[in-house]
Design a protein around this ligand. Structure first.
Ligand SMILES: Cc1cc2nc3c(=O)[nH]c(=O)nc-3n(C[C@H](O)[C@H](O)[C@H](O)COP(=O)(O)OP(=O)(O)OC[C@H]3O[C@@H](n4cnc5c(N)ncnc54)[C@H](O)[C@@H]3O)c2cc1C
Ligand code: FES
Length: 434
């Protein structure tokens, strides 16, 4: 090695040391700052490590922290694995890797991906573009994203009802090696950080966001108490059974309660499942200790409509109940009944008119429909839609005049001057672009 090379190495070493010291100093500075902030707010507590890390992440460029930013628009993903999760083979997990090779942004456990698909239209036989949301079903921090999709079949005894477009497309046409176009993770239903006990309640395919939350808690080796109440019909459609049972046997902070509403003769109470019947508030009251829990609920509409008000009646404070619906759902919350009647009442309001500018139609809002999207569709006005639950932005429509009221807080942040027709109603005379 020449003297010049040695000199360069020494200079490089000194620079690295300076950078390291600056980082540590910045870390301590932020730590003290947050501590002081909390003291001033009357909270005499040591700052938690996580917010400090978040502050550092915010200050440093993404390249230095390895924290990838969320992408805008659509990104192409390749399916790298496909796994059935239940004996009925109705739930299938798809593992996705980005084709551009750059790191995947983290997401909050409970958030979802939005897919844009071109499927075959059952009526015309031609191609049809659709948008659907699917919850991420594993903990963040993996080199892949995973979604677990349930095949939607016509209800028993109704063979004329067409099968679900997207879920059946995934099951039948999406194979390992196929490409999918996907919007970045989003959604306001996610696990809040902290150490308060968590109660996850899932019905059927509503298990997917809970799986992400549970796996995230377990992955961080946290001792946070977590209860899972999972309702399915029986062992035939019991998804990820082995995974939950292994976690429950290894992690004493995780309590598993599976409810079968219609057990098969071979299903063993106490082994395959813990309770016969559906998840209801009576079961929660008899199982949970008397302390504050954070409740997260996702399941079919009747389950949510039953459980959310029942928890409120039990005395669980509003801010400790979080829920997500996989489709249109308006749940009446006792604590949120303050919305002005004129805004949300489904009763006839003939004085309100809705003009669809592009379609050239002006119609009376008669209160028969839950949302502007239902109203438009009933009158033959074409509006794009995907999740029908305020999550994907597909139904975003420009407002030319008038105002709307939201029936539930949307996950998608609509642009100013627009509305999400799937979760809104007119407040007064309204003109929209559709
Ligand atoms: C935030 C969010 C997260 C989600 N996460 C998941 C997840 O993790 N896993 C998952 O499996 N799903 C999830 N979903 C649901 C998913 O987005 C789709 O809604 C679901 O897969 C059904 O879509 P589809 O295209 O298969 O059915 P669609 O074609 O949209 O049909 C929906 C239902 O309507 C019925 N139907 C269709 N046409 C008619 C007709 N003419 N008359 C009567 N009935 C009809 C179908 O049989 C079906 O039951 C999520 C939804 C949201 C909003
Ligand atoms: S259809 Fe997804 S936000 Fe309205």
């Amino acid at each position: 090695m020449t003297t010049l090379q040695l000199f360069y190495y020494i200079v490089l070493g000194i620079c690295l040391q300076i950078a390291l010291f600056s980082l540590v100093a910045m870390f301590h500075h932020i730590r003290s700052y947050r501590f002081l902030q909390k003291r001033m707010a009357g909270l005499d507590a040591e700052p938690a490590a996580e917010p400090v890390l978040q502050d550092i992440r915010r200050i440093l460029p993404d390249a230095l922290t390895g924290h990838a930013p969320l992408w805008k628009g659509l990104r192409t993903f390749k399916v790298v694995r496909k796994v059935f999760e239940d004996p009925a083979k109705l739930v299938c997990s798809f593992y996705l890797e980005a084709t551009d090779g750059s790191p995947l942004p983290d997401y909050k456990p409970g958030q979802f991906l939005t897919f844009q698909l071109t499927v075959r239209d059952l009526a015309s036989g031609g191609p049809k573009d659709i948008v659907r949301c699917y919850s991420l079903s594993d903990a963040p921090g993996n080199p892949y994203y995973r979604v677990s999709i349930k095949r939607t079949l016509p209800p028993p005894g109704k063979p004329d009802v067409p099968p679900g477009l997207s879920s059946n497309y995934f099951h039948d046409n999406v194979h390992i090696g196929n490409m999918l176009t996907v919007k970045a993770p989003s959604g306001h239903f996610f696990l809040e950080p902290g150490d308060s006990p968590v109660v996850l309640i899932a019905g059927g395919i509503g298990i997917t966001p809970m799986l992400s939350m549970l796996n995230a808690i377990i992955k961080t080796a946290s001792h946070r108490e977590v209860w899972l109440f999972y309702g399915v019909r029986n062992s035939f459609d019991h998804a990820m059974k082995a995974h939950f049972e292994v976690l429950a046997s290894v992690h004493s902070n995780f309590r598993l309660h599976v409810c079968y509403s219609d057990p098969r003769p071979e299903d063993k109470l106490g082994t395959d499942y813990q309770h016969k019947g559906r998840v209801d508030v009576a079961l929660l009251r008899q199982t949970l200790s008397f302390q504050i829990h954070d409740f997260y609920i996702c399941g079919p509409r009747p389950m949510m409509e039953n459980l959310v008000p029942a928890l409120e009646e039990w005395g669980v404070p509003d801010q400790h109940i979080r829920y997500e619906s996989f489709g249109p759902a308006s749940i009446t919350r006792a604590s949120r009944k303050a919305a002005p009647v004129a805004d949300l009442s489904p009763s006839p309001q003939p004085q309100i008119s809705v003009t669809f500018a592009k379609s050239g139609k002006t119609l009376a809002w008669d209160g028969r429909d839950d949302t502007l999207l239902d109203f438009a569709e009933r009158h033959g006005i074409a509006v794009d839609s995907g999740c029908r639950a305020g999550g994907c932005g597909s139904c975003q429509t420009r407002i030319k005049s008038g105002e709307v009221a939201y029936i539930q807080a949307p996950d998608f942040d609509a642009e100013p001057g627009t509305c999400l027709m799937c979760v809104s109603r007119p407040k007064n005379n309204l003109t929209v672009e559709a």
